[in-house]
Each structure stands twice: as structure tokens, then as C-alpha cells.
Design a protein. Structure first.
Length: 236
């Protein structure tokens, strides 16, 4: 009887550790699944990007060339004017498709690294807006692809929010590297928001989910009328 009681007590003492071990394994499994899902999502975006570039992009390229040739040929003044306008519209559509293709699959990350990719992202998202911005990047050489994509996607979401929702007039983006830690900060002077009073949208949830999947620390400081400050810290 005493042996049974002792064994039961021992089982009770070891139960919390056993549960913790099981939870750790399940958390590790979920983290691995999340990473695989993000990787599949990026692969699908890359496929769609190639289809845009090789399909619609090529068609628009041929269309702009044909319209240009027609505008240079024999035609009335009014016909030439209309062809010039159509050519300009086709060129704008081609530029939009190319930019969308690059945003969907940031090949600059693979070709040149994080710094050129983030500089390009700032120019693409903020360059045509009435927004003063600074972009300061100090990233280590050989940064892994999944960390680069993580930072790029979070920056993409944050900058887009600064333009579409915050009404910002100034944006600062910086990346610092120190003691095997990469920290990206994005600050805008927009309208801000009360985190406790809103339901997280798809964009904000996406940022948080990506950070958790890659063991990164995410901090969002904001308040109505106080702008938004996002800090993402990634161990590498």
C-alpha cells in the first residue's frame, strides 16, 4: 500500500515536467508547421510573380511597342494623339505589373541582399507619396533568406499601413545588427490607433504570426494621435 502511495506521489510530482515537455514538443511542431506554411506562401507568391512577368508583362510589353510603332506611322493628328495616350496608359499598366511582380517576390533579396531590397521598398511605397522618409540599413553579410523575407514582409506591411491608413507625413526605417541580433524599427508620425479598442486586421495579424514563427520579438507602440512605432528583434 505504501509503495502504491509513494508511486502515486512520484507520478504527481513528475506530471508537471511531463506536461511541460509535451507542450514544448507541440509548440516546436507548431512553429515548424508555421515556418513551412510561410515558405509555401512565399513559393506561391514567387510562382504568381513569374506568371505576371512572363504572361501579362510580356503582353503589355508587346502592346506598348505596337502602339508606339503605330503612333509613329501615317495617321491623322487626332489618331496620333489618341495612340500616344493609349501608349502612355499601356506603359503605366506595364510599370504597375512589374512593381506588383517585384513586391510579390522580392528577388532583390536573393540577388543583392536586404539593404538594397529595403531601400527599393521604401522608394516604391513612399517615393511617390508626399512623405519624407529615411532608410538606414546596417545588416550583416550572409543573412539567411528566411530572416530577410521576414524583415522585408513586415516592413512592406508597416510602410503600406503608413500610407493607406496612418496618413503619415514622415517615416523612418532603420535596421541595426549587434551581438547576433538584428533589430528593425519603423516609426511614422501618422494618426496612430488604440490597440485595445480594435480587432487586429489581416495585416497586423500577419506581422504577429510571422514574428512568432521565427522566434522574433515584436513590439508595437502606438496611440491615437501619437504615430506608430514598430520594433522587430530577430536572433540569428
Amino acid at each position: 500500500m505504501n509503495n502504491e502511495i509513494s508511486q502515486a506521489l512520484q507520478d504527481i510530482h513528475t506530471l508537471p515536467q511531463s506536461l511541460k515537455t509535451q507542450l514544448d514538443r507541440e509548440q516546436e511542431s507548431l512553429t515548424g508547421l508555421a515556418k513551412r506554411l510561410w515558405a509555401q506562401q512565399e513559393a506561391e507568391k514567387a510562382r504568381l510573380s513569374r506568371e505576371l512577368h512572363d504572361g501579362v508583362g510580356q503582353l503589355l510589353t508587346n502592346l506598348t511597342r505596337r502602339l508606339h510603332d503605330l503612333s509613329e506611322g501615317d495617321s491623322t493628328h487626332s489618331e496620333q494623339h489618341e495612340l500616344y495616350e493609349l501608349h502612355a496608359i499601356a506603359k503605366m499598366a506595364l510599370a504597375d505589373v512589374r512593381q506588383l511582380s517585384r513586391l510579390m517576390s522580392p528577388t532583390l533579396l536573393d540577388d543583392l541582399g536586404l539593404k538594397p531590397a529595403l531601400n527599393w521598398l521604401c522608394r516604391s511605397v513612399l517615393g511617390h507619396e508626399n512623405i519624407h522618409y529615411t532608410c538606414s540599413i546596417d545588416a550583416p553579410e550572409g543573412l539567411s533568406k528566411h530572416v530577410g523575407v521576414l524583415l522585408f514582409r513586415i516592413a512592406q506591411e508597416a510602410l503600406t499601413n503608413s500610407v493607406k491608413h496612418a496618413g503619415a507625413s514622415a517615416v523612418q526605417l532603420s535596421v541595426l545588427y549587434h551581438h547576433n541580433i538584428v533589430r528593425m524599427q519603423i516609426h511614422d508620425d501618422g494618426c496612430g490607433f488604440a490597440k485595445q479598442q480594435i480587432e487586429p486586421g489581416i495585416g497586423l495579424s500577419s506581422i504577429e504570426d510571422r514574428a512568432k514563427a521565427f522566434n522574433a520579438s515584436l513590439q508595437i507602440d502606438t496611440a491615437p494621435g501619437q504615430g506608430t512605432h514598430i520594433i522587430i528583434t530577430v536572433p540569428i
